[in-house]
Design a protein around this ligand. Structure first.
Ligand code: FMN
Length: 351
């Protein structure tokens, strides 16, 4: 499959050549309507978070990482909940992790059957539980295995494959850069997502955009940039500075799908409180659809702080609302508390 050179030839505009985030681009055979993408987020990027990103303008959304082993061994929750794809969220990429090519091929086939348009392989996760199995960032130590895993995913699924990786394991080791080159040359990948922090940094520290820019210039496949893109201004600057083909929004998009709108030119300002309340309710409804009301209320506890932040108010007011939401027994209680705060009552009288 010669998708590498085909896609590179259509994405060769580089830094300073005036590209816009709103322009379509290609990843192998897929045309992506704009260059703003939801990053993979473990425990978060399920179908409704991805659908939310798409509703607000993302050109593509990537799933939370899913274990190729869990799919291969038919784990029920993995195969039903984590591989659930909503009909309105296409194009969608499902991210897999694993280090065994045969298991990856079989899991990728299942992902294709579930309806994914694209597969992304995680080669950047620094979490010991993942790395000790040889997966995630551990694959940066073994370029041949990394290539075999990527090729197996393409073979098993028949889908285009991308890889998301770090620039190294430790400061200055360059291992991620070497693996990126191998994947582009021999791995058959149609694109690479570069998070230019080394794995030992986890998610802290300044991303090395200068290094990302070098990779963008050098690699023959489209590069998606990840890391530190928390506001529209920073995301636009990094897109310009690196010449990346697309940007991946991660923590900046949590509870803030309006960031997608801002970056694709659908709005300038922040959401009104009414919009935040309406979005919160949409999230509650979607989570109930996904998990049932009881599990949804527990699952959404990590989401609540993100939406509270969007309501404004003082830190004290936000803390009171946060404490109350964390103690709710039902989604309806959470809905009422948030709506009252959103209309000014909760935040005005709290603190
Ligand atoms: C809670 C959380 C979960 C993440 N899960 C994944 C994941 O499943 N797969 C992956 O490749 N990266 C994952 N990442 C990394 C992000 O996709 C992104 O590369 C990183 O957060 C840097 O971007 P940011 O600084 O804009 O947040 C995760 C990050 C966070 C904060």
């Amino acid at each position: 499959m010669n998708t590498v050179s085909a896609s590179a030839s259509q994405n060769t505009v580089r830094p300073g050549q005036g590209r816009s985030l709103t322009e379509p681009w290609t990843l192998g055979p897929l045309t992506i309507p704009n260059r703003v993408v939801l990053a993979p987020l473990a425990g978060i990027g399920n179908w409704f978070v991805r659908l939310q990103a798409r509703r607000h303008g993302a050109g593509l959304a990537v799933s939370e990482m899913v274990s190729s082993h869990a799919i291969y061994f038919g784990n029920d929750r993995t195969c039903t909940e984590m591989l659930r794809i909503h009909p309105d969220e296409h194009p969608v990429s499902v991210q897999l992790f694993g280090a065994d090519p045969e298991i990856m091929a079989a899991a990728a086939e299942r992902v294709a059957t579930a309806g994914a348009d694209l597969i992304d392989i995680n080669m950047g996760c620094p979490v010991p539980k993942v790395c000790k199995t040889g997966a995630g960032a551990a694959l940066l130590e073994d370029p041949d295995r990394a290539v075999a895993v990527a090729r197996a995913a393409a073979r098993g699924s028949g889908l285009p494959v991308t890889v998301k990786l770090r620039t190294g394991l430790r400061p200055g080791d360059g291992k991620g850069v070497a693996v990126a080159r191998e994947l582009a040359e021999r791995g058959g990948v149609v694109g690479l997502s570069i998070h230019p922090r080394h794995a030992s940094q986890r998610h802290a520290g300044k991303p090395d955009y200068a290094l990302a820019a070098e990779l963008v210039r050098e690699l023959p496949v489209p590069v998606l940039l990840s890391g530190g893109l928390h506001t529209a201004e920073r995301a636009r600057e990094a897109f310009e500075q690196t010449g990346a083909d697309a940007i991946l929004l991660a923590r900046g998009s949590l509870g803030n799908p309006w960031l997608f709108q801002q970056l694709v030119g659908l709005r300038d300002g922040d959401p009104t409180r009414e919009e935040v309340v309406a979005e919160f309710n949409w999230v509650l409804d979607s989570a109930a659809d996904h998990l049932g009301a009881e599990r949804a209320n527990r699952y959404l506890r990590k989401f609540y702080p993100w939406y509270i932040e969007r309501l404004g108010g003082t830190r004290g007011q936000q803390a009171v609302l946060q404490a109350a939401l964390q103690q709710t027994d039902t989604l309806e209680q959470a809905r009422e508390l948030f709506a009252a705060a959103g209309l000014g009552e909760g935040l005005a009288t709290a603190a």
